[in-house]
Design a protein around this ligand. Sequence first.
Ligand code: ARG
Ligand code: ZN
Length: 882
Amino acid sequence: MSARPEHTPAPTRLSDYRPPAWRVDAVQLDFDLGIDTSEVTARLQLRRDDAQDEPLRLDGEGLELLSITLDGEALAPTAWRYADHVLEIDGARDGSVLETRVRLKPAANTALEGLYLSGSREAGFLLTQCEAQGFRHITFFPDRPDVLATYTVTLRADRERFPILLAGGNPDGTGELEGGRHWARFVDPHPKPSYLFALVAGRLEKIERDYTTADGHAVKLVMWSEANVIDRCHYALDALERAMRWDEQTYDRNYDLDVFHVVATHDFNMGAMENKGLNIFNAKYLLADPDSTTDDEYRAVEAVVAHEYFHNWSGNRVTCRDWFQLSLKEGLTVFREQSFSADMNSAPLKRIEDVSLLRRAQFTEDAGPLAHPVRPSEYREINNFYTATVYEKGSELVRMTAGRLGRDGFRRGMDRYFERNDGRAATIEDFLTALGEANDIDLSPNLAWYGQAGTPRLKARGDYDAARHQYTLTLSQHTPPSHGQPHKQPVPIPVKLALFGHDGRMLPLHLDGQAAAGETESVVVLDQPEHSFVFRDVAEKPVPSLLRGFSAPVILECDYAPHELALLLTHDVDGFNRWEAGQQLAARAFDALRDGGDDAAPVAWCDALAALFTLAELDDALLAGLLTPPGELELADRQPDADPARIHALRQSLLQRLASRIGAAALHARYQSLAAPTELDLGAAGQGMRRLKRRVLELLALIDAERAHALAAAQYDNAHGMTDRLAALDVLVRNQATQGDAALAHFRARYDDNALALDKWFMVQAQIPGEPALARVQALEADPKFTLKNPNRARALLGTFASANPSGFHRADGAGYVLFAERLAQLDALNPQIAARLATAFNGWKRLEPVRREAAREAMAQLLGRPALSRNLGEILGNMLQ
Ligand code: ARG
Ligand code: ZN
């Protein structure tokens, strides 16, 4: 027995992987459901691996074992042992059937993992969450993704209290029982790992639709929710149908059961879950209506609905061998989801949004002590590895491979991948092998990307030889060391590029062995530490547009002159790179303000944007994006000894300069021209207008506060939908306008019974910049609607404060850290997954200036020293402090 405290168990290592000694081919589960106690009988059909001589060991946590039989005989007490979350059984043979009966306490389950209660005891419903290791909280089982079984699930419960009984798979009968009880059975013919098991039971309403797959299979699509929100499920049902069609058309993937159920809950640790045939969603990603849902949220609903649906192939039919391969399903599915969203909406805007998120969440993660490879080599708590690196960087790695193979080649490779691995638990090697073999390409060098933490730096230097009309582009790469990885390998970096002349037009490319001569865009691959690419017949000194479309997840270091970035910002036809040039230029302008450097960058940035502002043909949404410099977190990443208060102030003054340069009159005129049309247009044009309108109002508030606040107050009162209403509220509250309190009170009363809208009310206030934020957060904690027990509410107030309000959270006196650490301790006792997730807000602490750095370290160290910390929070804090 080890004396390790609970929060430092021995790590699980990829290199220790062994195939299961015992498999389960078929499972029969019988549930007797109740709010306070539920009982579960599991019959497992066992298969032994002859090559391994191991006793039968099953995972089980928090289970009260009621009975246990092997091949129909009660097991003698000496024939089994249950300790340290493992049940060990003597005497099992190949083909044996093991039956266990256990008791669970759903209403007492505040961790929201396994079987738990959503909502109140009187009106709520029961549901499960099993990924990654929740199934062991339901029954004894080899709870690992490479054990695939067919499931037959029978649910029994009181009919009055639980009229709806659902589990994954196809319906297989219902009936009455004595004493007002009833039953329902579901059979899932597709072998699946235990993390994809799900059930739901309670009072739920539905909307449904018939769907016929491209290969002719009739499917019932059903959305379920509590009665008061069922009319907000229509948008998600439409999105589901779009996603199903898209996957048929794009990848020839058809759905494979007779029913597809989707359930909304307000009590959920994550976004959503792809359980086979029974997806379960955080209500935030399923419910939508114009009155309470913003444009961004509409797009998020569409994306998450598609994401979970796409998992049916990338995740369920082909699953992961072990949890180290998590990105095999998540990176791939994020990529599929992003491609779908790009097809449904504007592709360049989608790319801008995705890269912004990557930088804000993943680059920062990769630059701090929590940095880890897309395929980690060890973990203590797998739930801590559902990260931006595994998801978003994982998607970028798939995107690079897709780009390399081209549209048809990637499709050929995906066909091969699905065909070879259907019904299997696969690895990232299996993925690259299938894609490579289908295209006669060796993709194994890409593995280097999966095994290394840290964001590669790509340095670019251009030399123009006027006499020989030759342009030499020298690229070099370097990945900084990270914990446990002092030396990094070079990785293959695809650099999509174009060369611009001084008039803003692309020059024809003549590059040996690369582009077809005369094309204006090409891709070069840097797969060594440094390489020079020579372009011939270049008529003038060009401005290179590099990494177009963000062709690789790297940090580009190129010593552009400000006017060169301004040229790209004005002329690049690659919408992404145009925005990117603006981001680079804004960051340079920010540095100049900070360091008191020369004025070239601020002037170039403001001038270029002021000119673009008047261009009629520029897309509203793109213009709004161009008018937004990198956020405070990204800017903080650019420097050691960051002072978040100063960064906030400098960024504000940069924006103020931009606003002055455009001018109050022009801003006001533009605002008026964008002001609300009478009908709410939820399409791209309407969304773009609202986005730009908000940006313009925010800029105007910096130079003519009184007028802007009056406009915002009027916009709040007259808004046709949540996007305009929330934007107005946000402008009033952040700028501490006198009209802000009335608007907040109105919002609060109007949405009193709408949990998702109220979350936004908490979020807006948690983002008040600077000193006043802490007192506001404390006041809101006393609000009767605040509770740590609901993950969405805890995230809305505490998560927003710590992760999205740097100037408010990172106070020099450390009071933000003290409050937050105290709440993390309380949360940890209720829900370790949420506590650990929120705690990552500290990840950037080592780059803070010394006073804040020490205060943050102190708060974390004190928290880590508390007794009975969870493994989840213990691992995150331990890693951050290492
Ligand atoms: N697989 C789910 C998805 O679609 C997320 C599950 C997250 N699980 C967790 N333990 N954090 O991305
Ligand atoms: Zn996923």
